[in-house]
Design a protein around this ligand. Sequence first.
Ligand code: C2E
Ligand code: MG
Ligand code: MG
Length: 755
Amino acid sequence: MKLFFSVLSTVLILLLLASGIIARYYPKAIGRSVAILNFSLFLPLAGSMMTDNTHEKFTATVGYYMYFIGFNLVLLALMRFAAEYCKNSGTGHKIPKFVYALLGVDTAQLLLNPFTGHAFSMEKVSMPDGIFYRMIPHAGQIFHRIVDYGIFGAVLLIFIVMTFRMPSIYKERYSVIMCTMSFAGLWQAFCISSNSPVDHATIGFGFAGIIIFYFSLYYRPLKLLDRLLSDIVSEMPEEALFLFDPNGRCIWANSLGSQIAEVQKGNLEATENFLVKIFGESIKNHGDWSDKTTVQSETELKYYTLESHTFTDEKDCLTGSYLRIRDVTREQQEVKKGIYEATHDRLTGLYTREYLYQSISEISQSFHERQYLIVFVDIKNFKIVNDVFGNEFGDYALQCIADWVRRDMSEYCRYGRLVGDTFGICVPESEFSPKEREKELSNFIIRKDNTTYQLLIHLGIYRVAPEDNDVSVMFDRAHLALSTIQDEYKTHIAYYNKEIREKILWNQNISSQLGEAIRTRAVRPYLQPIADRDGHIVGAEALARWIHPEHGFMSPALFIPVFEKNGMIAEVDKHIWRCACEVLSEWQKENRNLFISVNISPKDFYFIDVIAEIKSLVKEFQIPPEILRIEITETVMMTEAENRMQILEDFRRAGFIVEMDDFGSGYSSLNMLKDMPVDVLKIDMKFLGKTDDKDRAETIVKNIIRLSEELGISALTEGVETKEQYQTLSQMGCSLFQGYYFAKPLPVEEFEKLL
Ligand code: C2E
Ligand code: MG
Ligand code: MG
C-alpha cells in the first residue's frame, strides 16, 4: 500500500510538472493559471510523500509543514484559475482582499507552531507496513481547516453556480471542473475521516490538477461544437442545406431548405422530388459538383448556385452527402444593374462611349466580311438649345436624337452616346442610306409642348478598313470629316477622305516645325502700309508670313487656323509682336513716326496673359504704347463679353490704341458699338464685296462710318483695291485706308524703301 501510494504520488508529481511546463507555453492567459496551479500542487504532494515514507520525526515534521503551507498556495492558485476560467462568461470574478489576509494569517500561525505547539503535534505509530508520524490537530489546525475548506468550498460554489446559470451548451465546460473539484473534496473528507495515520488527500488534488489541465486547455466539447454548428447551419438566411444518406435519401434539411422544398417537418421523403421539380434531374447526382442555374418563378427570374459534396469516413467509405443551394438573385440583380449602369448612358439608355468602343472592337473580325461605316453624330450649337429652352428641353432633344440613332438598326450595328451632344454609330454601309439620312436631317425638328426647334445635325463618316483596329482612331477620323462641312446648313453628311488625311499630316508637320521656324525667323511679319486721306503712309499692319524651306512662301491662311486650333498661335503671335516692337524701336531711333498694328487671336487669351505680355514688350523696347496698335476681332467680344471689354479697357488705359478688326464679318450689331471700348473700326471691304448690290454695300459702309464718327471712333477701311473705292470712302468720311491699291504686305526692308 505504502509503495503503491509512493509510486502514484511520484507519477502524479512528474505529470503535474510536465503539464505545468506545457501549460506555461499555452498561448492564452488560462495556460499560465493552470501552470501555476499544477506547480503549486508539487509542494503538498511532495510533503505528503515525505511524511509517508520517513522514520525520522524531523523529516515528517517538514513534510507536514510543506503539506499545510503548500495547500494554502494551491488554494491561491485555484482561485486565480477560477477567476481566469470564468472570465469570458461575462461574470468576471476578482479574488477578494480578505482571502489573501486569511491565507496570510493561517500561514503565519502555522509557522509559529514549532514554538507554540498550538496547531498540531505528532505521535509515533507503528503499523503493519512500518512506522508513521500521525498528526494530532489542535486549535491552530482547526483554524487552518476552516480557512482552507471555506475557500475551497467557495471556489466549488462558483463552479456550481456557473454550471446552473450558463446556457445549456456551455454547461459542460463548468460541470467538468465542478465534478473534478467535488471528487477531490470528497476524497479529502474521506481521508481525514478514515482516521488512517497517513493522509493521502493530496492524491485527489493531484488528479484534479491533471484533469483541469486537460479540460481547460485541450478538451473541445463535441456537444458544444455540434450544437453551435447545427445552430449556424439551421438558421443560415441565404443558404438551403440538405443532408443525404449514402443511398441518396434526404435525412435533414435546414429551415430555408425546408421552405424551398416545401418539406413538412419529419417528412423528408418528398424532398428530392421537389428539388427535381425545381432544379431538374441533375440534382439527383449526389457526388461532388457545383453549378449555377436560373429558375423562372411566377413573378421573377431567380438565380441559384448549387453545390454538392460527399462525406467519407476514415476508411474512405461514403457516409453521405450534402447539397447547398444559395439564392443569389439579389446579388445577380445588383451585378446586372451595376453592369447596365456602367455600360449605358443614363439619359438616353444608349451604350456609353467606352462600352460602344468595346462592342465595336468585338465585331472587328467582321470588318473583313462587309464594309462598315463609323458615323460621328454631332449636333451643332447644342449649347444654345440648353441656354434658350432650358435643360429639360435639351434632355428631351437628346432623347429624340437617341431614338433616331436607334431606329432601323440591325443586329450588325453598334451605337451609343459618345459624350455630351455627340453620338457614335457603327453600321454596315449596305444598311446606311445617305440620301435618306440627308432628307431626315434637313428637317430635324424637336417638338415639346409649345416649343419647336430645328436641330442642325452633322454626320462625319469614316469607311472602316479591314485592318483597322483602334476604334477611337476611327471615330477621330469620322469626327475630322465634319470639319469639311463646319458651318453648312445644306449638307449634313461628310466623309473622311484623302484630303482630310493630308490636311492632318500637314498640320502635324507644320506644328512640329514651328519652333525652329520662329528661331530662324522663317516666320516673320510682312508690313502692309496704312495711308491717310492724303495718301501718306502713317503706319502698317504686321501680317505673319512663313518662308518655308520646302513649301516656299506661305500665307497665314495655311498655318494660323492650324495653330489657333492647337494653341500654338500664342507662340506665333508673341514672335510677331516682338518683331514689330524691334522695327518700331528702330524707327524711333530714325525719327520715323509710324505705327504698327498687330493682330491678336481670340485664342491667345486662353493661353497667355496677353496684356502683360504686350506691356512688357513695350517696356523692353522702350517705345510709346500708342505706336503699337492692337487689332482684336469681333469674335473676341462674343465670348465672355464683359471680361473682354475689361481687357480692351485695360489696353486703352495703358495707352494703346485698340482697333476692332474685320468689323461686319461677325455678329456684332451696330448697337453694340457704343459699348465697345475701341478707338478704330477696321471695316473690311471683303465682307461688303459679298453683296451683289453695290449701292447697298456703299450705303452700309456710309452708315457705319457715320455712326463711328458720332461715337468718336475713327474708321479704317481695309481691302481697298481701286482708286475709285479710295475716293468714295474718303468722301464718306473714312480717315485711314489699307489695301492692294496702296501696296500688298511687304517685307520690312521693302516697306522701308517704299517710305
Ligand atoms: P486681317 O488681320 O484682317 O488682315 C488683312 C488681310 O487682308 C491680310 O491677309 C491682307 O493681306 C489682306 N489684304 C490686305 N489688303 C487687301 C486687298 O486689297 N485685297 C484683298 N483681297 N486682301 C487684302 P493675310 O495676310 O493673308 O492675313 C489673313 C488673316 O490672317 C489676317 O486678317 C489675320 O486675321 C490673320 N493673321 C495674319 N497675321 C497674323 C498674325 O500674326 N497673328 C494672328 N493672330 N493673325 C494673323
Ligand atoms: Mg488684322
Ligand atoms: Mg482685317
